[in-house]
Structures are given as C-alpha cells and as structure tokens.
Design a protein around this ligand. Structure first.
Ligand code: HEM
Length: 218
C-alpha cells in the first residue's frame, strides 16, 4: 500500500482525490455565498454562516478541509519537481498549443496564485470570524470589504482576478482529476472536459458576480 502511494500513479491519485474534495467544497461555499445577493438584510447569509460554525462542522469538517488543501499543495510540489527531473530540458521546437491547453501547462503557477488569493481571503474573513471571534455580523463584514470607498473597489478587483485564476485552474483540474482516477476513455474524456468547463464557469462566474454585486448594488 505505502509503495503504491509513493508511486507516480499513487501520488496522482491522492492529488485527484484531494482536488475533487476541494471541488465539492467550492460548490457548497458558492451556494452559501450566493445568499449575500438574495437577502440585503443579511439574515439569510448569517444563518448559513451560523450553521457552518456549529461545533460538528467547525471541528469535524474544517480540519479535513484544511488537510485536503495541504495534501493537494504538497503533492502538487512533489509531482511538479518529479516531472521537471524526468524532463529537465524543453524540446528544441515546442508547439504544445495543439495538444494541450494553456491552463493545463500552467497548473502549478495558477495553483500558486490561487493560494496567494486564499491566504489574503482567510485574513479578511476566516481570521476575524473564527480566530479572533470578534465579529457579530458576518454579512456586514463581507459587505464592508467590498463597499468601503476606493479600497472596496480594489478588493472587488482582487476578488474578480482571484476568481478568474481559480476558474482557469479548475477548467483543467476537474477533468484531469477524473482522468487520474481512471475515467479516461474517449467518450468520458469529452464529457468530463465539457463538465469541467461548465463547472469552472459556474464557480468562477459566481465568485466574480458576488463582489461586483456587493460593490455596485448592495
Ligand atoms: C465572493 C467571493 C468569496 C466570499 C464573499 C467568501 C466569503 C467567505 C467567508 C465569509 C468566510 C468565513 C466563513 C466562516 O469562517 O464563518 C470564508 C472562508 C473561506 N473561504 Fe471564502 N469567500 C469567497 C471566495 C472564496 C474562494 C474563491 C475560495 C477558494 C479558492 C475560498 C476559500 C475559503 C476557505 C478555504 C475558507 C475557510 C474555511 C471556512 O471557513 O469555511 N473562498 N469565505
């Protein structure tokens, strides 16, 4: 078992399973965040945040979530270094455009930039709500970030850029994860590629619309 997990295929499998777990998290996170747009009193969003703060979720699911992130990042580094070692020199004449997408060739960089975004994002909401515990109205905290004068516009822009980077990372990551768990025949590849694009557009589009809505209409 341990030799399988340290093999190339084992590492890809761990990477895929942790990635698919994060895919699910993003969907739940987007659904809860969409409450920010549907109720300007903030009650709906705060009720969702309250639910997520229940001890069973906070102490049961959150460690799994952060563990999933850490495993995904560590294995991304290991696999990238391994691939570079296996092919240290680029081909003399490369024309990869036809056989691979830009996203697929830049997954590591895109993932790194998404990580920078997540670090900033945790400082905005997770730290004051969960670590410092001094927030009584989560909706107001989120709304203030995007509406406070010119800094509100800057953060709106940063969140839009973050969502675009995330979308590009997911566009390739989604079907690549399924491929690594064995669903890679011709028919499934085409279907999963399409599903991956749809998923990426929904997640990215959703996370783009929310800060824009709060900045311009809330
Ligand atoms: C419109 C954009 C977003 C808004 C308004 C938003 C809002 C929030 C809020 C309010 C929290 C704190 C929840 C709590 O601790 O009670 C949170 C946590 C978190 N967010 Fe976001 N988020 C956004 C986008 C994203 C994106 C794009 C990602 C991932 C790439 C992400 C990843 C996380 C993670 C990992 C946590 C910590 C775990 C948790 O508390 O559930 N968020 N977000």
């Amino acid at each position: 078992m341990s030799s399988f997990l340290s093999s190339s295929i084992g590492k890809k499998l761990i990477m895929s399973l942790s990635g698919l777990f994060l895919v699910l998290f993003l969907l739940v996170h987007l659904i809860l965040n969409s409450f920010l747009m549907f109720d300007s009193t903030g009650e709906l969003f705060n009720a969702g945040a309250h639910f997520m703060a229940m001890p069973v979720i906070r102490f049961g699911l959150q460690p799994v979530l952060f563990g999933g992130f850490i495993v995904h990042i560590i294995y991304a580094i290991i696999l990238t270094l391994q691939n570079q070692k296996a092919r240290p020199q680029k081909y003399a004449s490369q024309n990869l455009g036809n056989s691979s997408t830009w996203s697929s060739r830049n997954m590591f960089v895109l993932g790194g930039l998404v990580l920078v975004f997540i670090a900033m994002h945790l400082m905005h909401f997770f730290v004051p709500i969960q670590i410092q515990g001094n927030v009584h109205d989560d909706y107001q905290l989120v709304k203030n970030l995007f509406t406070n004068g010119s800094t509100g516009l800057v953060y709106t822009g940063l969140y839009v850029v973050g969502a675009i980077l995330l979308g590009l990372h997911l566009a390739h990551g989604f079907w690549s994860a399924f491929q690594s768990i064995g669903m890679s025949n011709i028919i499934w590849r085409a279907r999963l590629e399409k599903a991956g694009y749809i998923y990426a557009i929904i997640i990215s589009g959703g996370f783009i619309i929310i800060p824009l809505y709060l900045h311009f209409f809330a």
